[in-house]
Design a binder for this molecule. Structure first.
Ligand code: PLP
Length: 234
């Protein structure tokens, strides 16, 4: 069942790459396993996927400790400064850095554990009130400040586009973020490597790939719909 889902996602990624004249290897698939049980992660792991995304610190740490294989964990959700210490030495990449305060905290904890942490700066490209992330204008100034932190390594940008019925409506935002990515990359800032553009989810990953995404974060299309507990229910 998960194999079929994964095969179908793979097929769609390949098709989108082909349409865009890009190589399949240019796009990394992150399987977003949030709310899903360990068995589902292990099933997908056995199908050859190594990159997994979680959006909550507690759940990430829990899965990290219980899965013995060397999984690459991606923190894709909003990260509170007081929780940085639990994950700095456990994650492959933090996608959601959206303030200097958070970057400073990552620096502090990374220095303690003597690691360098790869991060992306999260951009709220459509300026949605409900979303985390910096504005387009704030992105470069923030990156210039993070560049001074020796244990924090900016590898690119991340966004979550608005939820829309027709993913074509988000093409403009993916295009804008890609342009920002290219503009910042051309500044050749020390300690900044603009090589990862994390955009595209179940609903819109094909358009994101066509617009230059190098990392797609896909949950529902691989694991099926998520069930969230309703407050008050057992
Ligand atoms: C949940 C989540 C995803 C995956 O969403 P799907 O629509 O299930 O593919 C991707 N990115 C972030 C930041 C998420 O929180």
């Amino acid at each position: 069942m998960l194999k079929q889902n994964l095969d179908e996602v793979e097929r769609r990624i390949s098709e989108a790459c082909k349409r865009a004249g890009r190589k399949r290897e240019e796009v990394t698939l992150i399987a977003v396993s949030k709310t899903k049980p360990l068995e589902a992660v292990e099933e997908v792991l056995n199908l050859g996927i190594l990159e997994f995304g979680e959006n909550k610190v507690q759940e990430l740490v829990d899965k990290y400790e219980r899965i013995k294989s060397p999984v690459h964990w991606h923190m894709i959700g909003h990260l509170q400064t007081n929780k940085v210490k639990y994950i700095v030495d456990k994650v492959k990449l933090i996608h959601s850095v959206d303030s200097l305060k958070l970057a400073n905290q990552i620096q502090k904890e990374a220095e303690k554990k003597q690691v360098v942490v790869d991060v992306l700066v999260e951009v709220n490209i459509a300026g949605e009130e409900t979303k985390f992330g910096v504005t387009r204008e704030e992105t470069l100034p923030l990156i210039e400040e993070i560049a001074k932190l020796p244990n924090v390594h900016v590898c690119g940008l991340m966004t979550s586009a608005p939820f829309v019925e027709n993913p074509e409506e988000d093409r403009i935002y993916f295009r804008q973020l890609h342009q920002l990515f290219v503009d910042i990359s051309q500044k050749n800032i020390d300690n900044i490597d603009m090589k990862i553009l994390s955009m595209g989810m179940t609903n819109d990953f094909e358009v994101a790939i066509e617009e230059g995404s190098t990392m797609v974060r896909i949950g529902t299309a691989i694991f099926g719909a998520r069930k969230y507990k309703v407050e008050g229910e057992a």
